[in-house]
Design a protein. Structure first.
Ligand SMILES: [Zn+2]
Length: 240
């Protein structure tokens, strides 16, 4: 069954294409693209297998260096220290980098092999396995929350945003990185875009739809970083 558009609440869709039996539609009101009807959960979690995290682990040194760059950018622009939560943290590279640069850093990840690696190899005690909502973090407890290439995987966006709002401290920052449907380098024929991944990437934002979703939950845009690659990197603030 079709779901309502999580950004504008409507059922006004045009069908764009079908890939691996999944129907990709665009909301004609707000322009969000999504798989609708959504794939069932057993299919969309099937991609979080051990191979998925091994691919990251092979690139560990390079990944750690890149993540340190992301943490330093956050420090230069917004928050120098405090509590950082990386949602969908994979093997914990962002958590490790944030911790090395002075944050009290936490992570949550669905894939058990990645979490084991974070704890056994990177010695991270604060990386937990499971859904964000199941961790019951304290309200208003994080100064920074990051979701790098995660939000497009999450089935219930409004439930996620409610939880992010609850656990973020007043004045805190959320950084979201996700593929950009509206980027000039994104192919016109969207069925050929490499980010189109049936059962895995459920939602496809442009900067307007991502900002509208966060505004619905009382965040405001603090900074939208210009990107050469077809990705969005937007920082949202919860009012103080
Ligand atoms: Zn919509």
């Amino acid at each position: 069954m079709q779901i309502a558009c999580p950004v504008c609440g409507g059922f006004n869709y045009e069908q764009l294409f079908i890939k691996r039996d999944e129907i990709f539609v665009r909301c004609t009101v707000c322009t969000l693209m999504l798989i609708n009807p959504p794939p069932d959960l057993s299919q969309s979690t099937a991609t979080y297998d051990e191979d998925y995290s091994h691919a990251y682990i092979r690139k560990a040194p390079k990944k750690l260096k890149r993540c340190a760059g992301w943490v330093r950018r956050m420090q230069r622009r917004f928050v120098r220290s405090g509590k950082w939560l990386d949602v969908g943290c994979s093997a914990g590279f962002v958590v490790k980098a944030a911790s090395d640069l002075g944050f009290d850093a936490y992570g949550v990840e669905l894939e058990p092999a990645a979490v084991r690696w974070a704890s056994d190899v990177l010695n991270l005690a604060n990386v937990r396995c499971g859904l964000l909502e199941a961790q019951r973090y304290d309200s208003a407890s994080f100064d920074v929350i990051s979701l790098y290439d995660v939000i497009e995987h999450v089935p219930d966006l409004n439930r996620l945003l409610d939880e992010l709002y609850r656990i973020l401290a007043p004045g805190g920052i959320i950084e979201i990185r996700t593929p950009d449907l509206g980027h000039w380098r994104t192919p016109r024929d969207l069925s050929k875009w490499k980010e189109v991944k049936p059962s895995e990437h459920l939602y496809y934002f442009n900067s307007a739809t991502l900002q509208k979703l966060f505004e619905l939950h009382d965040f405001r845009t603090a900074y939208a970083r210009p990107m050469f690659n077809p990705a969005l990197d937007i920082y949202f603030r919860k009012s103080a």
